[in-house]
Design a protein around this ligand. Sequence first.
Ligand code: ADP
Ligand code: MG
Length: 247
Amino acid sequence: MADNNDIKIHVAGLTKDFGDNHVLKGIDIDIHAGEVVCVIGPSGSGKSTFLRCINRLEEATSGEILIDGVSITDKKANVDKIRQHVGMVFQQFNLFPHYSVKENIMYAPVELKLQTKEQAEETAKKLLARVGLSEKLDAMPRSLSGGQQQRVAIARALAMNPDIMLFDEPTSALDPEMVGEVLDVMRELAEQGMTMVIVTHEMGFAREVADRVCFVDGGVIQEQGKPLDVMTNPQNPRTKEFLSKVL
Ligand code: ADP
Ligand code: MG
């Protein structure tokens, strides 16, 4: 078991309200460096809200999130710095439609003056090779399949050289035949030691790649453990019911 020094993301007593809607009701989890955590659970249970709190797309109502020991829930936290650490990939790829693939990947590092255009272009080339799309450097997003667009979105997130990647149902908007190519890229990232939090309904992937599966329902983690344990021997009746629908 890793010691406390390895804790990459520390979440304690995290709550999030949208008005009267108490969406997160006290999330506690420590995620270690290099760990892959898959979050499963029914629609509306707060999975996306949880991910969005980790990179401050949402502000927590109460509780604490530390990344590498530094508070990101603190009102004075530097949001841009946080986002540089933490890449996020969404269900809808959200590529800039009027930018080429290369320009999409170069945009943030150049805009934030982290890289020159030349450096960013080199990075874009390397990252496109990594996601198997070297030949699409100058293509426009609309000319790509959904699976290709999502791989570009992953490359774009990696361009900031994050050490944490958050994925919010990255394959849910894809035709079935394109799911595999995106999961392959994610599997490779996991093997390379990226710390990853992945909301997914791909149970086969979770079983194979995740170090831990968390079942979220009603804004709390109801059950967590090794994928095989949670999936084949769930203890919580709500986990059982959920799995009976998705497996
Ligand atoms: P999941 O990803 O598990 O489907 P979400 O985190 O997207 O769940 O949503 C949980 C609840 O929070 C839902 O009731 C949703 O309507 C509400 N919610 C999410 N984002 C917002 C928002 N920006 N404003 C108001 N309500 C929101
Ligand atoms: Mg969601």
